[in-house]
Design a protein around this ligand. Structure first.
Ligand SMILES: *Cc1c(COP(=O)(O)O)cnc(C)c1O
Length: 353
């Protein structure tokens, strides 16, 4: 095994507690476990949280079916537009469809659970505000569908005090008032629920993903959250370097003096972006060391200086603090979402709590 991703489920449960405290007991909790729970493992995470949440949300129908086949019983909302030809699977697996397009009404089978999705300014998926009237007519026409919810999605809620969030909220409220009362109403993602609670954004339920896994959605810190992963590998080879030896593809790093170099069997094919080359650190025996040289497909190297370690010495690549996905994201110019979802499925996940 080249490396292992340890996932601490108790930290994910802790983050759910932080979210719960933030929104209060009366608001339904919809845990977003799309894309294998942002790389953490959807089935394991869902099993751990099932008793504490009201809904799960996933991006694709196939992900919802996987959860059902793993024994998950809670309602599951799928964000994608139902794939053509797969409409019957929603009913078959008791999965809730999103109606993000007027054409979806006529495709779903009678009895299918569904949430209406309105696009109030994200401009990705969802029916536009001016289609609300048509949607109401479709609801009358297709009155055998089981309408259970209505939602929208914010484009700027990771940024506190953003005027566009308030504008989307206004648009959503005016749409909402024309639909039946019984529909579960939801708008907030992590940013919405942490930064816009005072604006009346919670409605009946909140959908959270990144905060569940311990990261703030944008630049503004949320100090109570705890990342839940630790990615551990080991040294597969340790060798002596002489001052001036140039390491790796392109010989981009040169030993400043005689010392030791360690090779770690993890590279960009595992999810350590090549753009991080020479810019991250790893931890060995409680001390931080600089990764040096170009990160290659299956390997990267670390400068150990005067310290020589045995082959097999454990190496921590990613964990809370200086080695966090947030730090990688800062260096790579991206967001923690992309770091954790890019850790390749071949990296074995192990669960503790
Ligand atoms: C991904 C997603 C969420 C969760 O967003 P976070 O920022 O991770 O909390 C909520 N709603 C929809 C529609 C999404 O696609």
């Amino acid at each position: 095994m080249s490396s292992t991703l340890y996932v601490d489920l108790s930290r994910i449960a802790h983050n759910l507690g932080v979210i719960s405290d933030q929104v209060g007991q009366n608001i339904k909790k919809m845990a977003v476990v799309k894309d294998d729970a942002y790389g953490h493992g959807a089935v394991q995470v869902a099993r751990h949280l099932e008793d504490s949440v009201d809904y799960f949300c996933v991006a694709k129908l196939a992900e919802a079916i996987e959860l059902r086949e793993s024994g998950i019983k809670k309602p599951i909302l799928v964000f994608e537009i139902p794939p053509l030809g797969s409409e019957h699977l929603y009913q078959e697996h008791d999965i809730t469809a999103s109606i993000s397009d007027l054409s979806v009404f006529e495709r779903l089978e009678d009895g299918t659970l569904c949430h209406l999705h309105f696009d109030t300014g994200m401009f990705r998926l969802g029916m536009l505000p001016e289609q609300a009237e048509s949607a109401r007519e479709k609801m009358k026409e297709f009155d055998k569908l089981n309408y259970t919810g209505i939602y929208t999605h914010f484009a700027n809620s990771d940024d506190p005090g953003h005027e566009r969030v308030l504008r989307q909220l206004e648009v959503f409220k005016s749409i909402r008032s024309n639909f039946p009362d019984h529909l579960i109403t939801h708008a907030c993602n992590s940013g919405g629920l942490f930064f816009y609670g005072d604006e009346g954004t919670y409605f009946d339920a909140v959908r959270f993903g990144v905060s569940l896994f311990g990261y703030a959605p944008g630049e503004t810190e949320i100090s109570e959250l705890e990342p839940a992963v630790e990615w551990v590998s080991h040294l597969v080879q340790v060798k002596k370097l002489k001052k001036g030896d140039a390491v790796g593809y392109g010989s981009r790093w040169t030993a400043p003096e005689d010392g030791w170099l360690g090779t770690i069997p993890v590279g960009y094919a595992d999810g350590v972006f090549r753009t991080l080359s020479g810019k991250i650190q790893v931890e060995i025996a409680g001390q931080l060391y600089q990764q040096v040289g170009t990160i290659s497909m299956d390997y990267m190297t670390v400068y150990l200086g005067k310290n020589c370690f045995e082959q097999g010495e454990p190496v921590v690549i990613l964990r809370n603090g200086e080695l966090s996905a947030k730090e990688w994201a800062r260096i790579a110019g991206t967001i923690p979402y992309e770091i954790t979802t890019t850790i390749h499925p071949k990296v074995k996940r192990e669960y503790g709590s």
